[in-house]
Design a protein around this ligand. Structure first.
Ligand code: FES
Length: 160
């Protein structure tokens, strides 16, 4: 676990910049996540104090939005499309295969921090369904074999 006190300068500078903005909580959370890759626990009391909220209120907002992370990001982010076109082309089976292969749920991260799953609802590649995005790169017309190879490359040598 990283020493979260090292993140305080960034957190405090975001708070100083954004705290008086109307509806500041979401912009603050986004800015901290953009700067650090996640929202460390040490940020919660600082945010609560700056915005005159309870820590429970801040944690409630963080947990409500799946895009907010409370742990450092994995080395690879794999976003499998769960929307209609991909579902009709075998996406549900690929999702089940992926969950079983990695032993994760749809928002999980492998214990070694190598891969995180993040479901997404349309990548704009419906004509090439089923599709996923791995570290920002689109992989379309996925097959079970292609998905297995892709995930194995991520797990084995970290290069996908
Ligand atoms: S539905 Fe999957 S890319 Fe559009």
């Amino acid at each position: 676990m990283p020493d979260e006190t090292l993140h305080l300068p960034l957190i405090l500078s975001v708070l100083e910049r954004e705290k008086d903005t109307p509806g500041a909580l979401l912009p603050i959370l986004h800015a901290i996540q953009e700067g650090l890759g996640y929202i460390p626990d040490a940020a919660v009391p600082e945010i609560a104090h700056a915005l005159n909220l309870s820590q429970a209120e801040v944690r409630g907002v963080i947990s409500f939005y799946h895009d907010f992370r409370t742990t450092p990001p994995a080395r690879h982010i794999l976003r499998l499309c769960h929307a209609e076109s991909c579902q009709s082309m075998g996406g549900a089976q690929l999702a089940a295969q992926l969950r079983e292969h990695l032993g994760l749920d749809d928002h999980g991260t492998t214990a070694d921090g190598q891969v995180s799953l993040r479901p997404v609802y349309c990548l704009g590649a419906c004509a090439c369904s089923p599709a996923l995005e791995l570290d920002g790169q689109l992989h379309a017309r996925l097959t079970p074999e292609g998905l297995r190879e892709l995930v194995n490359r991520c797990l084995e040598d970290g290069t996908c």
